[in-house]
Design a protein around this ligand. Structure first.
Ligand code: ADP
Length: 260
């Protein structure tokens, strides 16, 4: 397949993408058009079941039986080496932790050949970025399992702490395309909003896609797509969508009352 540049940003686009999981299933996505430009901060928002995670699965190249096109720099992703294509993404999902691994292994999955010293330095820095204090030194965390099931000095983390640890991984990864799929559902809305803003500022040169059913979390994105019933209902900045007085502004007002 075609090579994928891994050290620069790529433009990925969905063009009229329709998709159903199985041959005779109903379409889960219908004529979806999306564009991810290098360095852009994109949010996919919408209620549960609207199709956000399915879009991410297609973006990662997990299925090829869709109609329409998904392109990278104008060429179908299906023409590319899929393993290499995937290496441009750093993905954080709601339950993405490796429970039988140490904190170091969780944070440094794709960094097998660096010194222990460099590893503990990076761990310390990454945990600081997400404001996660585990009461252990970075050196101790090299050998600390993320649950006590696997060793006597393992950690016992809350759901929110697990999620912060999963997010910390993006601070040590050098990939150009970061996907955050509801990674902060266990944080309170204010902490979530602050962490997202920190991430958006820190990675100003990377492409970031935030998926959230909480509209408040994603309001500083460059472009927000409201996904509804498998289609892009509205798109624009938060301010544009609010002044449109459509579905986004309705949902936003409802949620702001509930969460803030
Ligand atoms: P969201 O991420 O917005 O919550 P999803 O993309 O997970 O939405 O789901 C969109 C629709 O696709 C839902 O109706 C869901 O039930 C369906 N769906 C999700 N995953 C699968 C699957 N593996 N097989 C069949 N249907 C699925």
């Amino acid at each position: 397949g075609l090579p994928v540049p891994l050290n620069t940003g790529n433009t990925i686009a969905f063009e009229n993408v329709s998709f159903g999981y199985a041959a005779n299933d109903k379409q889960v996505l219908e004529k979806v058009n999306l564009r991810f430009n290098p360095g852009e901060k994109i949010a996919l928002v919408g209620v549960n079941g609207s199709g956000k995670s399915t879009i991410i699965k297609l973006l990662l190249g997990l299925y090829d039986h869709y109609s329409g096109e998904i392109t990278i720099n104008g060429e179908s992703i299906l023409k590319h080496d899929i393993q290499q294509y995937r290496k441009q993404f750093s993905v954080v999902q709601q339950d993405f932790q490796y429970y039988a691994c140490t904190v170091a292994e969780n944070l440094l999955m794709d960094k097998a050949n660096i010194s222990a010293e460099a590893v503990s330095e990076q761990i310390g820095k990454a945990l600081q970025e997400v404001e996660l204090n585990l009461d252990r030194t970075p050196e101790e965390l090299l050998n600390t399992y993320i649950t006590s099931e696997f060793s006597t000095d393992g950690l016992s983390l809350s759901k929110g702490q697990y999620q912060k640890m999963a997010i910390a991984r993006i601070f040590v990864s050098k990939r150009n395309f970061i996907i955050l799929d509801e990674p902060t559902s266990s944080l309170d809305p204010v902490a979530e909003y602050q962490l997202f803003n920190h991430i958006l500022e820190h990675f100003h040169d990377k492409t970031i896609v935030i998926i959230s059913h909480r509209l408040t979390a994603a309001k500083s994105a460059d472009k927000i797509y409201l996904i509804d019933g498998g289609t892009v209902k509205e798109s624009g900045t938060h301010e544009q969508l609010m002044s449109q007085e459509g579905k986004y502004s309705e949902l936003y007002r409802l949620q702001a009352e509930k969460y803030l």
